[in-house]
Design a protein around this ligand. Structure first.
Ligand code: FES
Length: 137
């Protein structure tokens, strides 16, 4: 007959308890939020009616910069500078995104092209489909 020592019994019991406690942590822990495509009718975005236009809208209460690059392409960025978190603005004349805090510029891919930022703007996947802008966030 196998006998288990008192120390061994408590070691097994402790391990089992630890596993039981870890499982709920995994369930309620770092599950990433599911991303969804939000649809915005182009008719509500007159700034995007023609290529070269841009605007900032709120989606899920989050500001999103939308820029219509050409007939079929729209890009979407979080309008916050990656240097020191100032609000960035779209410059339709120069076709770039500027940060007034330290005179930085980003190109329409979100890449920094002038000034102190070294990190691209945070982007969202966006497309134009059926007269709507779909933004995944
Ligand atoms: S905060 Fe934008 S360049 Fe410094």
């Amino acid at each position: 007959m196998n006998e288990i020592s008192r120390k061994g019994f408590f070691a097994v019991l402790g391990g089992g308890l630890a596993l039981m406690l870890m499982k709920p942590l995994r369930v309620f822990g770092a599950e990433p939020a599911k991303k969804k495509a939000l649809a915005v009718p182009l008719s509500t975005l007159p700034e995007l009616a023609t290529p070269g236009g841009g605007t900032i809208v709120k989606l899920k209460d989050i500001p999103v910069m939308l820029i219509r690059v050409d007939e079929k392409t729209v890009v979407a960025y979080k309008p916050v500078c990656t240097h020191d978190k100032c609000a960035v603005q779209y410059n339709a004349t120069d076709k770039n995104i500027v940060c007034p805090c330290h005179q930085a510029k980003f190109d329409l891919t979100g890449k920094p092209i002038m000034g102190p930022p070294t990190i691209p703007l945070e982007s969202y996947k966006a497309i134009i489909r059926d007269d709507k802008v779909l933004v995944v966030m």
